[in-house]
Design a protein around this ligand. Structure first.
Ligand code: 1HN
Length: 361
């Protein structure tokens, strides 16, 4: 080794000893030309996840401490972590006949999306909310919530939370509620829906200013379905309505502001006509998709991934996505877009500034 090389080795050793690292050996990892997530595109088959949830239902009780029988999607690119993407938690939760998931609250924002089944009510800040196929139910940060299954059938659904984001930012708070769920009533409509669930109408009594979290606890499938159907009918009639040819989409919003229903999580429902396809696109936000109905193909960074009812997909930042419907394809999607937009970090392959001027060497 030359004198120079020996001194360089010594320099790096001393950097380490003093808790220092040089930029010049790491520039590309620290500042890649475009995002280079460790998370990878990945599909989980509903049947496989559901069968495992049933086995967990047999073997693992639900109760105080563990709180939920929720099985999280663990991205293979993030080994050992229960994270679907670096910001998003996605889990399948299973509640057996007559079981109760105890009341608690946490700073993390949460929602449930129901692929199938009914008979569970979630008690959100003391308001009983029915859960049925196609419904989106919100549990915004710091809302008390517990669930109870009123039937002799099990029920399973998708949970989405911003846990990984909250962990990364060290902003987690949690509190146990009472050990027993006091209100086991089963109204058709929650009080939140009765007050807030009327299109274009805001209760004058309730809120003079916009609320950061949606006060509407439930977004019902009949409304979501009707909105998607109308977009495609308008397209057939030659009027504007759809996102792209054959592609209807709606976003779940906070009725006080028109912003995303949850402050940190975007939630949407998409419908592609049979045979329709989206344009291939990248964005600096990560998503999880669930097939609600139908089948098709997700082309993820050029790799074809077949999907059928219930299947779940993680799509990291900057992965190229093109979705192709076989029959009509209904998709639920959630993502971290509100965070990226508010921090002015949201870009797509169409707005990527690194492709203008300069070089991308
Ligand atoms: C939680 O409270 C629920 O309320 C679901 O159903 C999943 C994952 C981690 C932490 C809390 C729920 C959760 C969770």
């Amino acid at each position: 080794m030359s004198g120079h090389d020996a001194r360089l080795t010594e320099l790096y050793r001393d950097f380490d000893a003093y808790g220092l690292l040089p930029l010049w050996t790491q520039r590309e990892d620290l500042m890649p030309v475009t995002p280079r997530p460790a998370a990878v595109p990945h599909r989980w088959r509903w049947k496989e996840v559901y069968d495992l949830a049933v086995r967990a239902g047999d073997l693992v009780p639900v109760g105080r401490g563990g709180e939920r029988r929720a099985i999280s999607l663990a991205n293979p690119g993030l080994p050992g972590l229960p994270h679907a993407t670096p910001t998003l938690w996605a889990a399948v939760q299973y509640l057996g006949p007559n079981e109760v998931a105890p009341v608690h609250r946490h700073s993390q924002n949460a929602f449930r999306f129901v692929l199938e089944g009914e008979g569970v009510w979630t008690l959100v800040n003391g308001d009983p909310v029915a859960m049925r196929r196609g419904d989106l139910l919100l549990t915004p940060g710091w809302a008390w919530h517990g669930h109870h299954n009123t039937t002799e059938q099990p029920m399973a659904w998708l949970d989405g939370l911003d846990i990984p984001l909250s962990n990364a930012l060290n902003t987690e708070f949690f509190q146990f509620g009472p050990d027993s769920l006091d209100d086991r009533s089963t109204p058709e409509r929650s009080r939140a829906e009765r007050l807030w669930g009327h299109p274009g109408l805001r209760p004058v009594s309730a809120a003079a200013t916009d609320l950061p979290k949606s006060p509407l606890a439930a977004y019902r499938w009949e409304h979501t379905d009707a909105a998607l159907r109308a977009q495609l009918e308008l397209e057939d009639e030659g009027h504007p309505g759809v996102t792209a040819p054959g592609h209807a989409a709606v976003r779940f919003t906070n009725p006080t502001s028109g912003n995303d229903a949850l402050p940190t999580i975007r939630t949407e429902m998409h419908r592609l006509r049979a045979g329709a396809s989206t344009r291939a696109a990248r964005e600096s936000a990560s998503s999880v998709w669930q097939v609600f109905e139908g089948d098709g193909v997700f082309h993820l960074d050029g790799k074809a991934v077949e999907v059928a009812r219930g299947d779940l997909l993680a799509v990291p930042s900057w992965a190229e996505v093109r979705i192709e419907a076989r029959g009509q394809l209904d998709l639920f999607r959630f993502g971290d877009h509100p965070v990226m937009e508010r921090l002015n970090l949201y870009l797509t392959d169409r707005t990527n500034p690194a492709t203008s001027e300069g070089t991308t060497r």
